[in-house]
Ligand binder design. Structure first.
Ligand SMILES: Cc1cc2nc3c(=O)[nH]c(=O)nc-3n(C[C@H](O)[C@H](O)[C@H](O)COP(=O)(O)O)c2cc1C
Length: 207
């Protein structure tokens, strides 16, 4: 298949409007959209074609509540590293939309999968985790193409998430995601808008 300017323009729109979303409307995501996202994730690249991501949709209210509590605790702990002025600004940031998002997805990495037969990960075993990150990013872009926002929540105790969700030993939490319709449309990163961290351009150097 040869792609043309219209594909490039569409991709550019998706990239520009992807953004990390923390403000969600509570209305559900249509089942056919969730099906399309599952298909999209399987297009992601992975080391040795190992596909080490293991995805759990967290739908049970008690489990979601446990994750929300986990976040609140980790976030309160994280705030302590800032001095008074920065801490007040940190506390004012919205760093997760866990309560409102209609869908929670936990992406784990299986750390010793048979799949891939070890190819590509002998010297850099972290490639398995990186592969799961490619799956998450694939989901992020595909979701945006369906007008669904994604927010990545990393302010969590990962072992506690593994334990409360009862995942097998040998799985590691790579990313916890909130999905839903964005409550507001914005193509500017929230941390830039909140003047916490402005967007900086990382130049490429030719060596
Ligand atoms: C690995 C990873 C972890 C992140 N964890 C969080 C998080 O816990 N809370 C949050 O508000 N945003 C989180 N983000 C989103 C970033 O803050 C966001 O990507 C960044 O500020 C740039 O904004 P943009 O995604 O809208 O371009 C995470 C992003 C990545 C890639």
């Amino acid at each position: 298949m040869k792609l043309d300017a219209s594909h490039r323009a569409a991709l550019n729109d998706i990239l520009q409007w992807r953004r990390d979303v923390r403000h969600f409307r509570p209305d559900p995501i249509a089942p056919e959209v969730m099906d399309a996202l599952r298909v999209a994730v399987d297009f992601a690249p992975s080391v040795g074609n190992a596909r080490p991501w293991r995805v759990r949709e967290v739908a049970t209210p008690a489990l979601r509540e446990a994750v929300i509590e986990n976040f609140a605790k980790a976030n309160a702990e994280a705030a302590k590293m800032y001095d008074d002025e920065a801490r007040a600004r940190y506390d004012a940031l919205k760093l997760a939309g866990l309560r409102e998002a209609p869908v929670h997805l936990a992406f784990f990495t299986e750390l010793a999968p048979a799949e891939g037969r070890g190819l590509g990960r002998q010297t850099m075993p972290e490639m398995l985790q990186y592969s799961t990150v490619t799956a998450i990013h694939t989901l992020w872009l595909a979701a945006r193409a369906h007008n669904i926002g994604v927010g990545w929540v990393s302010i969590l105790d990962p072992d506690a998430v593994c334990s409360v969700l009862g995942v097998p030993d040998g799985w590691s939490l790579t990313g916890y995601l909130c999905l839903g319709h964005a409550a507001q449309a914005d193509d500017t990163p929230l941390l830039h808008r909140a003047e916490w961290q402005e967007n900086t351009y990382a130049p490429w150097q030719i060596l």
